[in-house]
Design a protein around this ligand. Structure first.
Ligand code: SF4
Ligand code: SF4
Ligand code: SF4
Length: 268
């Protein structure tokens, strides 16, 4: 394999996460090796035990949540050193499955796990609460095809646009049965497409891991869901991938855990 000199530098950094999105990148196989011919990849601990930091990066991908003080410091440093900072995956963008704990009784959950040991239990916060994010690559995990396409566009020096279409678009084009019409809670109508409606392929409703798209008719879907299903059930589905606070924020509802009480008018 021939490597070029003075290649653009890319950092792939995991904060607190399951590392699943980083594994998607490795999983690209030949496509990842082709990328390595064109760029210098640094700080990617899945391929290097002791990564050596560079003074500056063209692109930095951040996966996971900034939970610990060390996570937050690293995130802020990477922002200073990077031209583009990209939130990689649902944890970085929306808080991820870990955000479920924000909506529980914090003392009760910590006692269940740690019994009498005292540990910190900070709320989960998305990356953009700490630094400016230039682009989000959505999903839990990210979609490999979409990642590769976006990286090549970023390497041309421009911020790509992800087509703003709902999951329903792909779901219906692929001929899947509509679970919402069958009486299940499905967030497909307000969730950003691009995942090939993979959950619907397995007859699992969309729980919004890619977040909502620009122009999504959130209020309309919420009115419908809250008319058809108990509020706790709707909120619980929205909590699984950390989408609840960002969805409710768009409706101007207080998203503080335990205080999301402003009711959406469900009258037509
Ligand atoms: S978004 Fe999902 S796959 Fe990616 S790091 Fe978070 S939990 Fe893992
Ligand atoms: S199943 Fe969900 S994603 Fe598919 S069309 Fe129905 S509402 Fe949309
Ligand atoms: S269908 Fe919904 S929950 Fe499933 S991968 Fe796509 S956006 Fe995520």
């Amino acid at each position: 394999m021939k490597y070029k000199k003075n290649k653009p530098r890319i950092a792939i950094v995991g904060l607190t996460s399951c590392e699943g999105c980083q594994f998607v990148i490795l999983d690209q196989g030949k496509r990842f090796l082709d990328l390595l011919k064109e760029v210098q990849v640094d700080e990617f601990r899945l391929i290097e035990d002791d990564p050596e930091p560079a003074s500056g990066y063209d692109i930095c991908f951040i996966e996971g949540n900034p939970i610990t003080k060390a996570n937050i410091k690293l995130l802020q440093e990477m922002r200073k050193r990077s031209k583009f900072l990209i939130a990689l995956g649902n944890c970085a963008a929306l808080g991820g499955v870990w955000e479920l704990k924000n909506y529980q009784d914090k003392n009760k959950t910590i006692r269940q796990v740690y019994k009498k040991t005292k540990v910190e239990n900070p709320d989960i916060k998305e990356v953009d609460n700490f630094v400016k994010v230039d682009l989000t690559i959505p999903g839990c995990p990210i979609n490999g095809d979409e990642f590769m396409e976006l990286v090549w566009q970023l390497l041309k020096g421009r911020l790509p646009q992800i087509p703003q279409k709902p999951v329903c678009d792909e779901c219906q084009k692929l001929g899947y049965e509509c679970l919402l019409q069958k009486g299940e809670i499905c967030l497909g109508p307000i969730t950003l497409g691009g995942c090939k409606a993979v959950c619907l392929k397995s007859k699992q409703a969309c729980w919004g891991c890619r977040g909502s798209f620009e122009g999504a008719q959130i209020e309309n879907l919420m009115k419908y869901l809250l008319k058809e299903f108990p509020r706790e059930k709707v909120y619980h589905v929205m909590e699984v991938f950390g989408a609840r606070d960002s969805i409710l924020k768009k409706l101007d509802i207080d998203t503080t855990p335990k205080k999301a009480t402003k009711k959406v008018n469900t009258k037509k």
